[in-house]
Design a protein around this ligand. Structure first.
Ligand SMILES: Nc1ncnc2c1ncn2[C@@H]1O[C@H](COP(=O)(O)OP(=O)(O)OP(=O)(O)O)[C@@H](O)[C@H]1O
Length: 258
């Protein structure tokens, strides 16, 4: 990990109607860092991610990616920004109308303009990297198990050797063993690439495995950020309650209030 800041959010605010979701988020991710954002349902983790990707425009504040202010990008520049990222979505989000290799190669062909036969070779190599044999490349996503679909999603996320990868709930819907396999693959693939990653999850087992640093989002703010091995001694009542999944604590009072 270097000291160069790769992603930075400065006092980011976002409301939907009267609902304040982000209320002054400050966060930075260094080059090569793996930051995991944790937080309860509806706390704004996805809104944070979408804001960085330029899919949601903040009401106030600034967002920088690779030193560039991306807060108010024109649609054409947003496309360029998005092409720098790899993404693994919740549920893998593969196109069932395309074969597995076409899904993996999508950005290589569409965004990078690569010849199909070259992109296919790269896709098969990326599939191998995530533990899938070449014959899987010619199946359709709906012919695969959930775990295999996640692997394909991961192969697609790393297809362009991106500098930045986003993981949105990467282990959702997987059994604990398959979740661990996917977490390990994520760690290995990210290390291979030296990529900067930002993951959102409520799965603490996944967060502990993937993260260098963890940040907790609560009531529109980052209330704690620290190295993963400091989280058990955070001395923050909200963090304590969340990581132990306790019903009792300050967060429940907020749920009752809602
Ligand atoms: N486009 C939108 N329009 C209106 N409200 C939205 C929009 N996007 C998100 N929200 C609201 O913002 C809040 C935060 O949503 P977000 O999806 O970021 O939560 P989250 O922390 O990712 O939750 P989960 O862990 O359940 O996925 C929710 O109340 C949601 O309904």
């Amino acid at each position: 990990m270097s000291n160069t800041t790769m992603i930075e959010l400065k006092n980011v605010h976002k409301s939907f109607g009267p609902k304040v979701v982000l209320d002054g988020v400050n966060l930075s991710v260094n080059k090569g860092e793996s930051l995991v954002i944790i937080g309860g349902s509806g706390t704004g983790k996805s809104v944070t991610l979408k804001s960085i990707m330029g899919l949601i425009t903040p009401d106030k504040g600034q967002i920088f990616v690779g030193g560039e202010n991306v807060t108010h990008l024109k649609p054409s520049n947003r496309q360029t920004l998005l092409s720098k990222f790899g993404m693994l979505f919740q549920g893998a989000a593969l196109f069932d109308s395309l074969t597995v290799w076409e899904n993996v190669a999508f950005a290589l062909i569409e965004a990078k303009g690569m010849a199909k036969h070259v992109a296919q070779e790269i896709a098969i190599e990326k599939l191998r990297r995530v533990g899938l044999k070449p014959d899987v490349a010619f199946l359709r996503p709906d012919e695969l198990s959930g775990g295999m679909q996640k692997r394909v999603g991961l192969a697609r996320a790393i297809a362009t050797d991106p500098e930045i990868i986003f993981f949105d709930e990467p282990t959702t819907g997987l059994d604990p063993i398959m979740a661990d396999v996917i977490n390990e693959l994520i760690v290995e693939c990210v290390k291979d690439l030296g990529a900067t990653t930002l993951t959102i999850t409520h799965d603490m087992a996944s967060a502990r495995k993937i993260a260098d640093h963890i940040a907790m989002l609560y009531e529109g703010k980052i209330i704690w950020k620290g190295p993963v091995d400091h989280i058990d001694k955070s001395e923050n009542a909200h963090v304590e309650q969340f990581i132990h999944g306790r019903a009792d604590g300050p967060i429940q009072m907020q749920i009752l209030k809602a």
